[in-house]
Structures are given as structure tokens and as C-alpha cells.
Design a protein. Structure first.
Length: 298
């Protein structure tokens, strides 16, 4: 077998066949693209026509009419929407102005509040100082009261001791009797002469009795007082006891009173806290005084 070049007739034929095949492939591809393009164009047109059919648009005039109706219905709404938008814009500007006014008012109020805060701070400081002063005063008062309470407690203890002693004496009959007799007193008053501790006074006109006044050295227990003239004891309704002053009503003459002394016996009152009279006197008007005290006309 001899190898060499292919013959010219055969090579031309194969080349021609190849060109035909390529042309057919290109034509087939172009046809497929054309179909796809046609489908892409036809589908929207068909959909648009279908929609028009569904809504009843059969002619172009129907479409124009629908557009006119749409404009007639929508246009007022658009105008109203624009008007509302303008009003809203105006209100917005007014609201902004109101907000500015409120902000200014808030600033003024904050400034005023700062002044109030300063006053509150000053008041708080004053209250704090006052509380400190009050605390010191309370502490001083507490110390003073504590001292007084201690003093009172001491006095109460002393009084309790004295009461205990008195109770002991009351329980012990012998001590009670001894205490009673140790307080017995006796004084004699001679009316042949008068001194600062006794006086004799004639009774008022029409009064048969005379008044005898005597000052005792101690204030007596009124129930223990006894007045004796010679061997006669005077009845209890015949005299008064005023502190250490005895007012005795004598029913006989002054001459008879001078015959014997008056003996006044009594028990000293240990609980008497009043004033003891020291002297008796009669002024130029005949008024009797016990020290500076004016005595009534008995």
C-alpha cells in the first residue's frame, strides 16, 4: 500500500459536506432562537389582550373611557391628598412653633427650679444647723434633768429612811409614847402684867367675854392643847389655835384673871411648816397685830 496525499476531488467533497452541515446547524439554531423570541413577544401581548378581555375592553375607545373615568375619580382624591398634605405641613410648622414655645417655657421653669433648688439647699443647711443646736440643747437638758433626778433620788432615799424610822417608831409602842411625851410643852402666862407674848382685850360693846391672846414657842397639835386656870381646865370650845397663837375667850373679869396664871400645855407639831409669830402689839386705833399681820376683832 502506497501512502501519499489525498486526492483533490475527495478533499473538496468533504469540505463541501462540512459546510452544509454547519449551515444546517446554524439555521436550526436561528430557528430555535426565533421561536423563543416569538414566544417572548407573543406572551405579553397575549396576556395584555387577555386582561383587556377580562375587564371588558373590546375597543380602544373603551380604554380611553376607562382612563377618563379613572382620572375623574382619582383627580379629586389627588387634590384632596395634596390639600391634606399642605394642611399637615402647616400644622407641622405650628407644632414646631408650639414645641419651641414649650422648650422656652421649660427653660424658664428649669431656671426657676434652679432658684428653688438653691433655696431648698439653704433651708436644708439651716435645718441641719438647727438640728445640731437642738441636739446640743437636748443633751444639755438631759444632763440637767439627770442631775435633778439624781438629787431627787437622793432626797427620796432620805425621805424613805425617815419614813422607815417613823414606821419603826409607830410599830414600837414604847418609842411612840416616848416620842409623844418628848414633844410635850408647857407655858405659863401671868396677866398681872402684859408683855409681847400675851395680851388681854376687853370684849366689844354688849359682849360679856374678854379676849386673851397668847403666843406659844412652838406650833402645837391643836387637839393636844389644854388651858388650865388654877385647878380648873378650860373647855375646848373656849379657845382657838392659829399656828402658835392661842385665842382664849375669858368669861370673867380682868381682876379675876390676875389672881392666877394661865397654864397652856401642848404637844409640838413636828409637821408644822408655817410661820411662827414672835410678838403681839396694839396700834393707836386699838387694832391687834401679830408681827405684821392684822388680827380680826374676835
Amino acid at each position: 500500500m502506497i501512502f501519499g496525499r489525498t486526492s483533490p476531488s475527495r478533499s473538496s467533497k468533504e469540505t463541501h459536506l462540512l459546510e452544509i452541515e454547519l449551515a444546517e446547524a446554524v439555521a436550526t439554531k436561528l430557528m430555535s432562537w426565533a421561536k423563543l423570541f416569538g414566544y417572548a413577544i407573543a406572551a405579553p401581548v397575549f396576556l395584555f389582550l387577555l386582561i383587556l378581555g377580562l375587564f371588558g375592553f373590546e375597543r380602544v375607545s373603551d380604554i380611553n373611557k376607562a382612563i377618563s373615568n379613572f382620572e375623574r375619580d382619582v383627580s379629586p382624591k389627588v387634590v384632596k391628598a395634596v390639600t391634606d398634605a399642605e394642611e399637615a405641613s402647616l400644622k407641622s410648622h405650628q407644632a414646631v412653633g408650639a414645641i419651641d414655645s414649650v422648650n422656652n417655657q421649660v427653660k424658664r421653669e428649669l431656671k426657676s427650679a434652679e432658684g428653688v433648688s438653691a433655696n431648698i439647699t439653704a433651708l436644708t443647711n439651716r435645718i441641719s444647723r438647727s438640728e445640731g443646736e437642738t441636739t446640743r440643747q437636748v443633751a444639755t437638758a438631759n444632763a440637767k434633768i439627770e442631775g435633778q433626778l439624781n438629787d431627787l433620788s437622793s432626797k427620796v432615799d432620805q425621805a424613805n429612811g425617815e419614813i422607815a424610822d417613823q414606821q419603826k417608831k409607830l410599830i414600837d409602842t414604847g418609842e411612840l409614847v416616848k416620842s409623844f411625851y418628848s414633844n410635850l410643852r408647857s407655858q405659863f402666862f401671868d396677866f398681872t402684867s402684859f408683855s409681847a407674848d400675851h395680851l388681854f382685850r376687853e370684849g366689844s360693846v354688849g359682849q360679856p367675854r374678854r379676849v386673851v391672846l397668847m403666843l406659844l414657842k412652838d406650833a402645837p397639835i391643836p387637839e393636844s392643847v389644854q388651858i388650865q386656870f388654877h385647878v380648873f381646865s378650860q373647855p375646848r370650845n373656849s379657845f382657838l389655835v392659829i399656828g402658835n397663837l392661842i385665842v382664849f375667850f375669858w368669861g370673867d373679869s380682868a381682876e379675876n384673871l390676875k389672881q392666877h396664871s394661865l397654864n397652856v400645855s401642848y404637844a409640838k407639831d413636828p409637821n408644822f411648816k408655817g410661820k411662827l409669830f414672835q410678838t403681839l402689839s396694839v396700834d393707836e386705833h386699838g387694832v391687834i397685830h401679830a408681827d405684821e399681820t392684822v388680827l380680826p376683832a374676835f
